[in-house]
Ligand binder design. Structure first.
Ligand SMILES: Nc1ncnc2c1ncn2[C@@H]1O[C@H](COP(=O)(O)OP(=O)(O)OP(=O)(O)O)[C@@H](O)[C@H]1O
Length: 270
């Protein structure tokens, strides 16, 4: 088996009395697409922050083999950035590394930004003010920003939030294309599994200080989630989508629905 790009071994993370996970062993292979699910406050973002080195686990080890890229949520506030051009936003991914000053450094910087813009097909936004771009176009630039580091693993923290369906699809397709082309692993925190369902190799599901790791079928089933939450949960497949019914917290993971007496499910994406 190829060496993992990310490894958690015997990892535990507690804040005081509160344990987010314990005895976590997780190897992420190059090119693997791993979804991180769980209710609010279960530790999804903290897991990413541990990989970024911003949080140190209370026990165990975490190792990353290669560079780490980070794709954040789209924030409406960012749309005020009328002074910032597309290529400036992407350039932030290059700055902070040792490109140095002078003509050579500037040329290298420009080349890295141009390559990243081309990789996500965003060259046409290069000189547009970021504030004039749609949420989906801005997310395209954020992916380009992360790619300037040529990452071995991309950490994505709810990158689809507040995007329409077409933009969500575009972002997921870009990430999938990157992992296929460069074997970049993807650790993807989300409240909605359905938009990424066809791409997910494995799921890490955090809840109440416990976790389950496995394929979608292994984790996203009634028995496993009922055991994890300690209360009855039904996981249904409806038209190729997953719907979780029951458990106040459970509906954070995919799409929540309400079953009537006949078992008919109605509901909307959470
Ligand atoms: N530095 C810290 N000190 C103390 N508690 C923390 C710290 N960082 C995070 N927490 C707590 O850890 C828990 C997990 O937070 P985290 O942001 O990882 O959750 P999450 O699963 O990403 O939630 P959401 O879905 O709401 O974004 C929260 O209760 C949070 O308050």
């Amino acid at each position: 088996m190829t060496d993992p790009v990310l490894r958690f071994a015997g990892s535990e993370l507690s804040f005081g009395e509160r344990t987010l996970w314990r005895d976590l062993d997780l190897d992420v292979a190059p090119g693997e697409f791993v979804a991180v699910l769980g209710p609010n406050g279960s530790g999804k973002t903290t897991l990413l922050r541990t990989v970024l080195g911003q949080v140190t686990a209370t026990a165990g080890t975490m190792t990353v083999d290669g560079r780490v890229g980070y794709v954040p949520q789209q924030h409406a506030d960012d749309s005020d950035t009328m002074m910032l051009r597309g290529r400036d936003l992407v350039g932030f991914g290059v700055d902070g590394t040792s490109w140095g000053l002078g003509l050579r450094g500037l040329r290298s910087r420009r080349a890295a930004v141009d390559a990243a813009l081309a990789e996500v097909d965003a060259t046409r936004y290069a000189t547009s003010p970021v504030g004039l771009l749609s949420g989906g176009e801005q997310q395209r630039l954020r992916i380009a920003q992360a790619l300037t580091r040529d990452p071995a693993i991309l950490l994505c923290d709810e990158p689809l939030a507040s995007l329409d369906l077409a933009s969500q699809q575009l972002v997921v397709d870009l990430l999938d294309a990157r992992r296929r082309r460069a074997d970049t692993a993807i650790l993807f925190v989300t409240h909605e599994l359905n938009p990424i369902l066809p791409f997910v190799d494995r799921v890490v599901y955090l809840a109440g200080g416990q976790f389950r790791v496995g394929t979608v079928d292994e984790v996203m089933n009634s028995a496993t989630l009922t055991e994890l939450y300690g209360s009855p949960i039904d996981v249904l497949r409806v038209g190729g989508r997953l719907v979780v019914v029951g458990g106040e917290d459970a509906h954070h993971c995919v799409e929540h629905g309400y079953a009537d007496a006949t078992g008919h499910v109605t509901g909307a994406a959470s």
